[in-house]
Design a protein around this ligand. Sequence first.
Ligand code: 13P
Length: 248
Amino acid sequence: ARKFFVGGNWKCNGTTEEVKKIVTTLNEAKVPGEDVVEVVVSPPYVFLPVVKSLLRPDFQVAAQNCWVRKGGAYTGEVSAEMLVNLSIPWVIIGHSERRQLLNESNEFVGDKVAYALSQGLKVIACIGETLEQREAGTTMAIVAEQTKAIAAKIPSWNNVVLAYEPVWAIGTGKVATPAQAQEVHADLRKWIHSNVSAEVASSVRIIYGGSVNGGNCKELAAQPDVDGFLVGGASLKPEFIDIINSAT
Ligand code: 13P
């Protein structure tokens, strides 16, 4: 059985006060135990220490990115070693906003995932097709290529969660239907079965992201290959608790 996973990607949002308020709301929430659902919130780098220090111990934190190799003369970057030094257990890598706005290639994302894992971080690796690609019927080819670029670089999938986030669903209010999400997740699992191993195919968590909210999460969570969510906008709001509770 794959443990349900709910990630909150706060993106480039928040002030110290706002961040503290979200943490207070989360800390007071009644949710299933860590044995049922793994909850990971991802504030911007600068808020990681304060969030980590205030957040309830059964929830974890993630960075939204990290540098592709060992730190050094890379102005503006934050290294995997630094995250480890701060006891930040998770990092999101390959988010579509970074792929699109910062031109991160499949290969670069694969290298980053591999380096982060090598330093002991756990990785939420993001993939997903654009609307154009979906309409052209190339969804599976695109996500397979993105997954392959990661698979080629990593020795183990133990510390990886794969986040399927169709670009057309991110921040648009156009959530994938449960059937659309299930189809891609099942195909990804098949791809992993053929190209990685049967063990990884059955154990790796594939989570969905893109306009998930308190109203649509239940039906998505009921799909057999949807193992959780990566939530953007709604992770800044109290309804994030409803999304966590869709685990049961
Ligand atoms: P929204 O939930 O705001 O659509 O964002 C999804 C996302 O990009 C999570 O990483």
